[in-house]
Write a protein that binds this ligand. Structure first.
Ligand SMILES: [Zn+2]
Length: 524
């Protein structure tokens, strides 16, 4: 007991930053005279000049005084530079490929391989040292990525929990007998759904699903809510409040967080009612009434709900990229962006120029026809306001962007628990290049009026705290994993700082940023 108290006292002493050693290190790294920008343990962003000492992948000292270091160590001159915690993207889909859809994978196996080989470095190149895959539907891909010699840390939610006959099962046109084979959730409070006798419903209970997810080394559970305001005719089942409350309670008992995909007012109201921890996506669907669909005046009801989300400190991932990556793909110049040559192999860059790779754009262009057929009651009143599909798309994306901006600005002004996530890989569209997509997402936050300090916090402290990872990442405190970025510019002054990285430290390993690019792969 006495020893424990002594250890605690020493830890307290070190964390005050008053001790300067001597530190005896065997594989140390000392970052000298650097501007240290990080949240303290209470989440307050601090900025001061000082020293960071790393040994064995951990931060062992961080403070204003130069520490007395003995043993084997390297030094980095941080003069004029900024040290920040590595960035966290808390919403990615690592098995999705930015540019190759699931049908194309077999016939382009080499490109698929090249893509996945580049993926970890691409995230690191833009400073993402931690990724959270919210729907681990392909555990083998995650396993392979975890074997990469240089990679971000990866955490996962389990495979997404779907209730029988929900939005995705219906929209994916999954045949009924195939649906029964999925690990679906049986909503025992919903009597609309009938099951054949051969189905063992106890295998599809809340308890059974959650214990499976907990066993697989996940930190969270993802689920979803979609309603008619998505523009589709609602022919699917939505979960009942009771089953979702059961799911959340069971997940919490297993120390798992619950992330809910909810893009609408109704969905986010449902998320609040059911004690969801983290809402995925901004509220971009405001109404199921077509005549109100393009109206961008935030209704009072919605404001009230967003304030409640702020006050309750519910995690909130705006994910502008889901919508704006679609807008980018229509624009048709994204595939020519010079940055892609740093991220991908030459053959992958060539692929993006091919006719075959334009499938994502073609899907969006075909959407009016699809909606007209599927839900004319909703679609026609909107389409009739425009003389062409092009004009409609332009106005539609403009109104989506404006809606998300208004929602996110209101949340930021009320100090909501904003969490930085990109939905990287959404729909496999090529306008989500790993890493670079995060830089674009940040620009969207900035354009919406979110202050730089809040963007910084959302991508570091808030994400770490919300996902239960603050013990090891999210700040530069003593004992944290040495995931650190050395920037040439101050991220509290300019967003460009996130694209002007000199070094990335991952688990204490110092990597020059340019060595993470695709052209450099051949040098090694
Ligand atoms: Zn997602």
């Amino acid at each position: 007991m006495k020893e424990i108290i002594a250890v605690l006292l020493i830890a307290l002493f070190y964390s005050c930053g008053t001790s300067t050693g001597p530190f005896i290190v065997n594989e140390g790294l000392l970052i000298e005279n650097v501007s240290i920008i990080a949240s303290d343990e209470n989440g307050e962003v601090k900025n001061h000049k000082g020293f960071i000492l790393i040994d064995n992948a951990k931060i062992i000292y961080s403070g204003k005084e130069k520490p007395n270091v003995k043993g084997s160590f390297k030094t980095v001159n941080g003069n004029g530079k900024y040290a920040i915690p590595g960035l966290i993207d808390s919403h990615v889909h690592l098995n999705n490929i930015a540019g190759i859809n699931f049908r194309q994978r077999k016939s382009h196996a080499l490109l698929v391989q090249e893509y996945f080989e580049r993926l970890p470095k691409n995230f690191l190149y833009f400073g993402y040292t931690t990724l959270i895959d919210v729907d681990n539907y392909a555990p083998n891909t995650i396993k392979t990525l975890k074997n990469a010699p240089i990679r971000p840390e990866i955490y996962t939610c389990g495979k997404k929990v779907q209730v029988m006959d929900d939005f995705e099962m219906v929209m994916n046109e999954e045949p009924q007998n195939e649906r029964y084979k999925l690990p679906f959730l049986h909503d025992k409070y919903n009597e609309n759904v009938k099951y054949p006798d051969s189905i063992h419903l106890e295998e599809h209970s809340v308890a059974s699903l959650i214990s499976g997810i907990a066993l697989e080394d996940n930190i969270c559970v993802k689920t979803l809510y979609e309603d008619a305001s998505s523009g589709f005719k609602q022919v699917w089942e939505v979960p009942t409040v009771k089953i979702m409350q059961d799911l959340v309670a069971e997940a919490h008992a297993e120390e798992l967080l619950v992330v809910m995909h909810a893009t609408s007012y109704e969905g986010q109201k449902f998320a609040v009612e059911t004690n969801i921890d983290i809402i995925a996506h901004a509220m971009w669907n405001w109404t199921a009434h077509p005549e109100e669909f393009l109206n961008t005046n935030l209704p009072e009801t919605h404001k009230k709900l967003l304030l409640e989300i702020s006050n309750k400190h519910i995690g909130y991932q705006p994910t502008f990229r889901v919508i704006l990556a679609e807008k980018d793909i229509l624009d048709y110049t994204f595939k020519d962006a010079p940055i892609l040559k740093s991220l991908y192999t030459p053959s992958y860059v060539d692929w993006l120029q091919s006719e075959e790779a334009q499938w994502g754009r073609n899907i969006i262009l075909a959407r009016p026809k699809f909606l007209e057929k599927m839900n004319p009651h909703f679609f026609n009143p909107i389409r009739s306001q425009f003389s062409s599909d092009e004009e409609m798309f332009e106005e539609l994306y403009k109104s989506y962007e404006l809606k998300i901006q208004k929602v996110v600005r209101l949340l930021a002004e009320n100090n909501a628990n904003l969490l930085f996530g990109t939905d990287n890989g959404a729909m496999n569209m090529y306008t989500h290049p790993p890493g670079y997509n995060g830089y674009l997402e940040m620009q969207h936050w900035f354009d919406a009026g979110v202050p730089l300090e809040q963007i910084f916090k959302a991508a570091t402290y808030n994400n770490a705290k919300a996902f239960g990872l603050i013990g090891s990442i999210g700040t530069l405190g003593i004992g944290k994993t040495a995931n650190i970025l050395i920037l040439n510019l101050n991220p509290l002054e300019t967003l460009e700082a996130y694209n002007d990285i000199q070094f990335v430290l991952i688990n204490g390993k110092l990597i020059e940023r340019k060595k993470l690019t695709a052209p450099y792969d051949d040098v090694n």
